[in-house]
Design a protein around this ligand. Structure first.
Ligand SMILES: Nc1ncnc2c1ncn2[C@@H]1O[C@H](COP(=O)(O)OP(=O)(O)OP(=O)(O)O)[C@@H](O)[C@H]1O
Ligand SMILES: [Mg+2]
Length: 359
């Protein structure tokens, strides 16, 4: 499902651009501050309905404008799906897919599964479990159609439970929430575990090529120690502590995926460049999974391709990216540094002060 066409209006320093993309490799070349990452930001908006750089949409809209607008065409088999998205300063969103108004931005994910790699991507491994849950859930969401409803339901339930937790005096008052919470938690954990179990062999194959000298083990933590106690027991036993904290401290909202070398977290062992390669391996594995089991094509957005990787690793990475058959958008400051890595089936865009030209 490649993105074949994109029209951008008033996004960051891009006032207007009409871009026809290559179904395989797209290189976006330009000096610092020219607008390269802003193109990726526009594509990310089409995939996930939000930015990866700013929580505030108003920051993304060009200065002195009221809204940014994106028109896109996505190929799906023989079909071309038009998508229009407008985000305004006043918080309004207009979304049109195939000519019909859509109310939920989450629906966008069905059309353009986007995987992003930036120079900060190593924080997936060094940062909080929240990012790793998002990584895992991205894959489960595509793999298991029932997951999204469970996930949305449990988010609402936890909100209600946490509000009740602050008000109530005894645990019994919470039991009404916890019966459903425990059932849903088991379901979500099983869905996450099933996906992760199937993803691990794909991760291992790529890692064996990227980091042949290390042996990394992968482990899914469901959010409570199952071997020790059931979630129901944790919820009952932690009642006074959770009440003090003001939130529920055990459950699927605390899930994590952990990667270790000789029992030590990878973040404490690997160099920055190697951490980044490992993140590439994780995201490539998700792309391969989507392709092999769900028959969908992932779109990779790679910001600042060359950063922190030596020439041989860049070559290896380019080989894997080409093999994945996915559509790729790569930003780079100097084209020469990567030109030879990606073969001839590519389109090069030059960006200068928000103006984009094709080579
Ligand atoms: N809301 C906005 N309106 C107009 N211009 C903006 C806005 N927000 C940021 N900019 C400008 O847009 C430009 C594009 O930034 P972008 O991050 O896309 O550049 P880049 O080519 O990726 O640079 P680098 O190589 O340094 O990463 C910057 O010069 C920035 O100052
Ligand atoms: Mg940039």
């Amino acid at each position: 499902m490649p993105l074949v066409k994109l029209i951008i209006y008033q996004l960051r320093n891009i006032s207007e651009a009409t871009l026809t993309f290559n179904p395989k490799i797209n290189m976006i070349v330009g000096a610092n501050g020219s607008g390269k990452t802003s193109i990726l930001e526009a594509i990310y908006f089409l995939g996930l309905g939000r930015s990866f750089r700013s929580h505030l949409t108003s920051r993304v809209i060009s200065y002195d404008h009221k809204a940014f607008t994106l028109y896109a065409e996505i190929h799906n088999g023989n079909l071309t799906i038009p998508i229009g998205l407008q985000k305004s300063q006043n918080g309004e969103t207009q979304l049109k897919i195939n000519g019909a108004h859509a109310t939920k931005l989450a629906i966008l994910t069905q059309y353009l599964p986007v995987q992003l790699i930036t120079p900060e991507s190593y924080t997936l491994l060094t940062g909080s479990p929240k990012n790793r849950r998002a990584f895992l859930d991205w894959g489960v969401f595509y793999h298991d159609q029932l997951f999204y409803n469970n996930w949305a339901r449990i988010k609402r339930l936890l909100k209600q439970r946490n509000a009740a937790l602050k008000q109530c005096k005894t645990y019994n008052e919470l039991q009404v929430w916890d019966n459903e919470l425990c059932l849903l938690s088991d379901e979500i954990s099983a869905q996450r575990q099933a996906y992760f179990d199937r993803l691990i062999p794909l991760i291992n194959t790529t890692v064996a090529d990227f980091l042949p000298d290390v042996s990394i083990t992968s482990h899914f933590f469901c959010g409570w120690d199952k071997k020790n106690k059931s979630l129901q027991e944790y919820l009952t036993d932690n009642f006074y502590r959770d009440k003090q904290l003001g939130y529920t401290s055990s459950g699927p909202q605390k899930a994590d995926v952990r990667f270790k070398i000789n029992g030590i977290p990878v973040s404490d062992v690997l160099s920055r460049g190697h951490l980044k390669l490992f993140v590439y391996a994780l995201r490539l594995a998700q792309g391969l999974f989507l392709n092999s089991f769900n028959n969908k094509q992932c779109v990779f957005l790679i910001d600042d391709f060359s950063s922190e990787l030596d020439q041989s690793k860049q070559q290896l990475l380019a080989k894997h990216i080409l093999n994945s058959d996915a559509q790729v958008f790569i930003t780079v400051i100097e084209k020469n540094s990567i030109e030879t890595l990606f073969g001839q089936e590519r389109t090069v865009f030059h960006v200068e002060h928000g103006k984009i030209t094709v080579e």
